[in-house]
Design a protein around this ligand. Structure first.
Ligand code: WQD
Length: 340
């Protein structure tokens, strides 16, 4: 029996890659998105990669009757919830916008799952660990108080899911992503930030493409080997495959408890400067960059211990940072410079 997976936010960066990997693994995928933070570029790319059009529903997950109708129209075996706002700085300026959208949409998903019995996968974040005292972080590392409303919504949604699994017997998984980067090897789907990018890799690729004059490296006086921050950059296709493993574990009855949490990272810390140098080297480009003051709210270092996901999900990150940065550049060239 083919199982059906609903992907909310399926037209976005992570959602589109997950749609591809699930479809290629033999799942039926229903894509839903309100297109509030993207256009149809990635959905079209998904269709081109797959050679078919997964059903697409333009809807807002804050609309409870639209969510109920979706679950009535399709027999959903699992739902992966990506639909959310994700700009950390904006969330500080507009907390109510973030709390209303990110919490209400997930409550509606949980209500539908309670009624239908669908398994639920929530897209969480390493942001729940804050500035960790011990590295690498394991799933047992403490969740520290969030420094932004965005980060707080990740913690609250994890708690919503944990409590619903315990009370209603739902199956739920939270995947804590470290820093997802890159693009599909076909260069047909990738990251499409609106306006000036907040995140490092799109800023790098847009600078290389001439859309931004210069990259600012925020802080070179951190207590790290080269003075710049350390992160765990995880390839988007590797990350997407973790979702297939997690869905399969839930639907095949392999979970060890109703609610499980996994770190999705490489286990390899990379500094901002190392990432910039790797981008230059693998793509043969000199990047215009300068050192700038630290960015408010940045943690010095965070990287994953991914051994629980390696063992229980049978998943492992396999792509090198170089491969990932080459894919990110191929995507940027196609989008900005129209090079095929
Ligand atoms: C990485 C490093 C910056 C831009 C954020 C969210 C997190 C998650 C992923 C999002 C840092 C440095 C960046 C630039 C720079 N969720 N940098 N110049 O901050 O680790 O995580 O994105 O949906 O919750 O907080 O990622 O890519 O913004 O920054 O020097 O122009 O690059 O200081 O050290 P971050 P990032």
């Amino acid at each position: 029996m083919i199982k059906t997976v609903l992907v909310s936010g399926g037209a976005g960066f992570i959602g589109s890659h997950v749609t591809v990997e699930l479809s290629q693994a033999g799942y039926e995928v229903v894509v839903a998105d309100n297109m509030s933070n993207c256009d149809d570029t990635n959905y079209k790319g998904v269709c081109a990669i797959l050679g078919k059009e997964p059903p697409f529903i333009n809807m807002d997950f804050c609309d409870s009757s639209a969510v109920a109708k979706l679950f009535a129209d399709y027999k959903i075996d699992a739902v992966i919830h990506f639909a959310a706002f994700k700009a950390v700085g904006e969330s500080v300026a507009e907390p109510l916008k973030y709390y209303r959208n990110n919490l209400l949409s997930f409550l509606n998903v949980l209500e539908a799952a309670r009624q239908s019995g669908a398994a639920v996968l929530f897209s969480s974040s390493a942001t729940v660990y804050g500035e960790p005292e011990e590295l690498p972080v394991t799933e047992a590392s403490p969740r520290l108080p969030a420094t932004s409303p965005y980060g707080n919504t990740k913690q609250i949604c994890e708690d919503f899911l944990r409590d619903c699994c315990s009370a209603y017997g739902l199956r739920g998984t939270a995947l804590r992503y470290f820093n997802p980067i890159g693009a599909h090897p076909s260069a047909l789907i990738g990251e499409l930030p609106r306006g000036v990018p907040n995140n490092l890799v799109p800023y790098i690729t847009q600078t290389a493409a001439g859309k931004r004059e210069r990259l600012s490296i925020f802080g070179n006086d951190y207590p790290t080997p080269d003075g710049t921050c350390l992160r765990d950059y995880i390839d988007i296709t590797d990350l997407a495959k973790a979702h297939v493993c997690a869905v399969r574990r839930m639907l095949d009855g392999k979970m060890e408890s109703g609610y499980e949490v996994f770190n999705i990272g490489t286990g390899r810390p990379v500094s901002v400067l190392e990432l910039v140098n790797a981008f230059e080297k693998v793509n043969g480009i000199r990047l215009n960059y300068c050192f700038a003051p630290r960015r408010a709210g940045d943690v010095t270092a965070v990287w994953a211990d991914p051994s629980l996901a390696n063992e229980k999900l049978g998943w492992k990150a396999v792509r090198s940072v170089e491969e990932t940065l080459a894919a990110a550049w191929a995507w940027e060239k196609r989008i900005s410079l129209h090079e095929e």
